[in-house]
Design a protein around this ligand. Structure first.
Ligand SMILES: *[C@@H]1O[C@H](CO)[C@@H](O)[C@H](O)[C@H]1NC(C)=O
Length: 199
């Protein structure tokens, strides 16, 4: 459990993104700009199952965590998250700017096979996330064509981060009542998490 929280917390890095870009609104009107309203750990409000093997995520974080932190400070077209792409490579899901949708759905469903309360949610979220990515394909492709902007920056294709981030947000926002820890802080966090990138 502790290991899982650590992985979730570290992976959150990758899932953070320029909120203004994410919502497509100016920073001044951005409800996400101030960050989460409470400092409760999302994993304590809703222990979402890990969809990707924790060891793989940790390895990828070790390789790309530092560059991802730098990239998060940058403006402009969102840069692809290499932690996510590294994980999709390690699981054989990423090929030539695309994720193998059927295989990935199966991997996600396997990850919740002992958690019936998550099954339909994960299935629906997978479909919704691929549809969402389809709609922002122009921006995703533009991100894939960026040039490195600092020494040693590796450019990754944004599709992997887009899908994994979307899955995490959906799972948190729609956390099943049976696992959601109902208290005021968690409710506030869920409201924030349903519109802003967080975990
Ligand atoms: C993932 O694999 C592709 C194709 O082999 C490679 O070009 C890319 O650099 C890899 N990405 C990461 C983050 O390792």
């Amino acid at each position: 459990m502790r290991q899982q929280r650590l992985v979730v917390a570290k992976f959150a890095l990758c899932l953070l993104t320029s909120a203004a870009l994410f919502l497509g609104v100016p920073a001044a009107d951005n409800p996400c700009a101030a960050g989460p309203p409470v400092d409760t750990n999302p994993a304590e409000c809703c222990p979402t199952p890990m969809l990707v093997d924790g060891t793989i995520m940790m390895d990828c974080y070790k390789k790309y965590g530092e560059q991802t932190k730098k990239q998060l400070q940058m403006e402009g077209i969102p840069r692809g998250c290499c932690i996510a792409e590294c994980a999709m490579n390690a699981t054989n899901m990423y090929v030539d700017g695309m994720l193998k949708r059927d295989d990935l759905s199966k991997m996600f469903m396997d990850a919740v096979k002992d958690k019936p309360e998550w099954m339909s949610l994960v299935r629906d979220a997978t479909n919704a996330c691929f549809e969402m990515a389809e709609k922002k394909m122009d921006e995703i492709e533009a991100g894939a064509k960026l040039e490195p902007s600092f020494e040693g920056e590796k450019i990754c294709h944004p599709i992997s981060g887009t899908i994994l981030r979307c899955m995490s947000m959906m799972m948190f926002a729609q956390c099943p009542a049976s696992v959601f820890n109902v208290n005021d802080d968690c409710k506030k966090l869920r409201e924030y998490g349903s519109i802003c990138p967080m975990i």
